[in-house]
Design a protein. Structure first.
Ligand SMILES: Cc1cc2nc3c(=O)[nH]c(=O)nc-3n(C[C@H](O)[C@H](O)[C@H](O)COP(=O)(O)OP(=O)(O)OC[C@H]3O[C@@H](n4cnc5c(N)ncnc54)[C@H](O)[C@@H]3O)c2cc1C
Length: 454
């Protein structure tokens, strides 16, 4: 990433701390400190992006804030080297939840092993009660706990790192001022459950980058930048709540593994599973139900892929979307403005497969129509916009031999989609029967005016 950004003219200042900034009508003055030389200096810039993580100073100094609850629970994570291949060979996985009569330490009652480099480098994690203060992180204690989690009292372990982190449920309602934009963990703070962290941060960046670029290049009015917060703040809220819910959704699972009051509650819980009596039947059914709930953590495609934007950077349709299946679990592919363009396999002129996801973007808007939508092609060419690329699906370059796109596009073949550089659909026209090229051009022009001008 650094190399790519460098090639495009970015400069870097490592070992440099952001101290504060002052924003005015024309720009931002940022005060920095070089930690190698201890030199403090300022930089004048048109815009400032605060991607400075969960303790964001930029957010604070911009007068923005996250609301919610910080440090709801604590977790120890320790990175270590140990050869666990003999334990994983028959069921290789990236993540193991460990529940055994001996490993019920921590608040949650489960331990976790995460493969970092299969099968020799791992993270072990367990919860701790924050009311009891800092947990014991001595090598001796940590090694003892890892051995217990693995179930091997003689396991050779090399500890590489030990840390604690806290479960947060907090998000910002507003991500930007006129010239300062905050993104990533700075504006959404949540536990790793559901794996929504890094990807959401990258999506924030993707959303903001093309907009800033368009404003700086003079393709768009500064008003476009307002859509960043309008589009991303609802997503931030959604994923913060989802990740925290996924964590809470362990409660039924913990319940089936634990018999309160028993001498060893976990041992008693596990014993229940082998019990032929109605008690055992009940435990087995409860376990199945508890695991079904975890689909919302591990198999929830909709959580990320059903995000919909409503803002001045989308020409939304008035009719509300009807969700055909569970919105969190299942992807609902659609070409409605505000949604990400659906994936469909196409074949190019050389016979290679390519996805509709890959024929858009790269900094440009994309006009997509079908073979009978030639009037859109002519209209787009007349507009002569340097940032508009044209794709005719059904042409030799973008063949649709399995009719995947035809099934998913929702618009008629002569309709049109206008897709933003980040792959989100900005506008669509369902069909163009009886349209003249001039009418198509006017519609296209109006759409761009609405999307990019004040
Ligand atoms: C234990 C754990 C497990 C996780 N697991 C997953 C997972 O499975 N999947 C997933 O998608 N995500 C996961 N995440 C989340 C993911 O790591 C974060 O969402 C992501 O790294 C946040 O990126 P960011 O760039 O916003 O912030 P950060 O990665 O925190 O980067 C912020 C940067 O800003 C720098 N900085 C801060 N203040 C200043 C300052 N004043 N001046 C200069 N520099 C500054 C910091 O040094 C840092 O380099 C996990 C997080 C944790 C803690």
């Amino acid at each position: 990433m650094i190399n790519h950004a460098r090639q495009r003219g970015a400069t870097y200042a490592f070992n440099t701390e952001y101290l504060r900034h002052e924003e005015d009508k024309n720009g931002v003055t940022v005060f920095l400190k070089d930690h190698l030389t201890q030199h403090e200096y300022s930089v004048r810039t048109k815009y400032l992006i605060g991607a400075d993580g969960a303790n964001s100073k930029v957010l604070q100094n911009a007068g923005l804030s996250v609301q919610g609850e910080l440090a709801r629970a604590g977790t120890v994570y320790t990175l270590f080297e140990a050869d666990l291949s003999q334990y994983t060979a028959h069921r290789p996985s990236i993540l193991y939840w460990i529940c055994s009569p001996d490993a019920a330490f921590g608040e949650i009652g489960f331990g976790l092993l995460r493969a970092i480099k299969p099968w020799n480098q791992w993270i072990a994690g367990w919860g701790f009660n924050i009311k009891d203060g800092d947990p014991d992180l001595s090598d001796e204690e940590v090694i003892k706990k890892i051995r217990t989690l693995v179930g091997d009292p003689n396991l050779e372990i090399k500890i590489l790192n030990k840390s604690t982190w806290y479960v947060n449920q907090a998000y910002a309602h507003q991500y930007s001022t006129d010239r300062v934009f905050c993104a990533g963990d700075a504006v959404h703070r949540h536990p790793p459950s559901s794996g929504l962290g890094l990807n959401t941060c990258v999506q924030d960046a993707f959303n903001l980058a093309w907009k800033l670029s368009y404003v700086l290049k003079g393709y768009a009015d500064q008003r476009l930048l307002q859509s960043f917060s309008l589009e991303r703040a609802p997503v931030g809220k959604q994923i913060v709540l989802r990740a925290n819910q996924s964590r809470l959704d362990y409660a039924p699972l913990q319940k089936v593994f634990r018999i309160p009051g028993a001498e060893n509650p976990i041992a008693a819980g596990i014993k229940n599973f082998r019990d032929p009596s109605p008690k055992g039947v009940e435990a087995r059914l409860a376990a199945q139900k508890a695991l079904e709930l975890k689909q919302y953590e591990f198999n929830a495609q909709g959580v990320e892929m059903n995000q919909r934007y409503e803002s001045n950077a989308v020409i939304n349709e008035t009719e509300p979307e009807v969700w055909k299946r569970d919105k969190d679990l299942y992807l609902q592919a659609t070409t409605r403005p505000g949604a990400k363009i659906p994936h469909a396999w196409l074949i190019n002129r050389k016979g290679y497969k390519l996805s509709t996801l890959d024929i858009v973007g790269k900094g440009d808007f994309t006009l997509i129509t079908g073979l009978s939508g030639q009037l859109w092609v002519q209209a787009a060419k007349k507009l002569n916009l340097s940032f508009l690329q044209i794709r005719v699906i059904g042409s030799l370059e973008y063949q649709d031999p399995y009719c995947e796109w035809q099934q998913r596009r929702e618009i008629q073949e002569n309709g049109v989609l206008l897709v933003r550089p980040d792959g989100f659909i900005a506008w669509r026209v369902m069909q163009a029967d009886g349209f003249s090229v001039q009418q198509a051009q006017t519609q296209l022009e109006n759409a761009f005016t609405q999307l990019l001008s004040s």
